[in-house]
Design a protein around this ligand. Structure first.
Ligand code: PMP
Length: 288
């Protein structure tokens, strides 16, 4: 496997970074997870937009232009002969000293890993995920805004650990005020009376690329989409519930805590949206 590392393609065994890299020492960096389908990179522009916004939010000067990053992603995909791939694009603050001061990091580290996509088991899509509502709250917007896709994922990992301990697949994270924010690595939607509801990202959630694609599909299908504050009770009373993310695409949730959602099987509208989403991934994207 070839990895793009600071301008060069290197073998996986030589793709190493310094132990003084602040990405490693402090989670000081930003990243994106992107997918390609049949040699089409899905929503690359949207992912690059978010990457640059995240970098700006942490005052990380981007060492490469959008065009250079696009070329590097394509080069890495081609080197690994991937037609359908998962792309992990990472920019760290770079190597510095043991203090926090980012000015000590003279050059950002850039690496791109492309690999085969790891699918969730098919069963998850049929029976849906069983999830909990985590006790760990999503990061406060005014402390570490969840809209920044930074390398600091401990908040999400603590939520994931709760899910694992409970023997469930995912955890829904609430804002400090108790409103539904998102899952540890996906956005969340509910279906009620034929309408779609999803939390506004301002509550403290990542502006998911898949989330936006799903909203676009729904609007085209004349399905009402409302970005509204959602409480746990609204989740329990939903007709359907699903999560969206680059890796998961659209995956049903059929049990939240002890509450069965709908009839306990993946819902009709969820299935229809997934079908249309998959159609989209086959027809649009940056060709390589
Ligand atoms: N929320 C979080 C915390 C995530 O890490 C992700 C996946 N990167 C998402 C939502 C979904 O975003 P996207 O659809 O852009 O993959």
């Amino acid at each position: 496997m070839k990895i793009f590392l600071n301008g060069k393609l290197v073998d996986k065994s030589h793709a190493t970074v310094s132990v003084f890299d602040h990405g490693l020492l402090y989670g000081d960096g930003v990243f994106e997870g992107i997918r390609s389908y049949g040699r089409l990179i899905f929503k690359l522009d949207e992912h690059l937009d978010r990457l640059f916004e995240s970098a700006k939010a942490i005052e990380l000067g981007m060492p490469m232009t959008r065009d250079e990053l696009t070329k590097a992603v394509i080069k890495t995909l081609k080197a690994n002969k991937l037609e359908d791939g998962y792309i992990r694009l990472v920019i760290t603050r770079g190597a510095g000293d043991l203090g926090l001061d980012p000015r000590k990091c003279k050059a950002a580290t850039v690496f791109i890993i492309t690999d085969k996509i790891m699918f969730y088991p098919d069963e998850y899509y049929k029976r849906g995920l069983h999830v909990i509502i985590a006790k760990t709250k999503r990061n406060l917007k005014d402390a570490l805004n969840p809209q920044i896709k930074s390398l600091n994922y401990l908040n999400n990992i603590l939520g994931k650990i709760e899910a694992i301990k409970a023997g469930k697949e995912e955890a829904i994270m609430l804002s400090n005020e108790g409103y539904v924010a998102e899952c540890t690595g996906e956005n969340i939607f509910i279906v009620k009376d034929g309408m779609l509801f999803t939390p506004p990202p301002d509550i403290g959630a990542l502006k998911g690329v898949t989330r936006l694609a799903v909203i676009g599909i729904a609007k085209k299908d004349k399905i009402t989409v409302k970005e509204e504050l959602i409480k746990p009770e609204d989740l329990y009373a939903a007709d359907e519930c699903f999560l969206t993310g680059t890796a998961a695409e659209i995956v049903s949730v059929t049990k939240i805590d002890e509450h069965v959602i709908g009839d306990g099987r993946s819902g009709k509208l969820t299935g229809k949206l997934l079908k249309e989403f998959r159609k989209l991934t086959k027809t649009e994207g940056v060709k390589y």
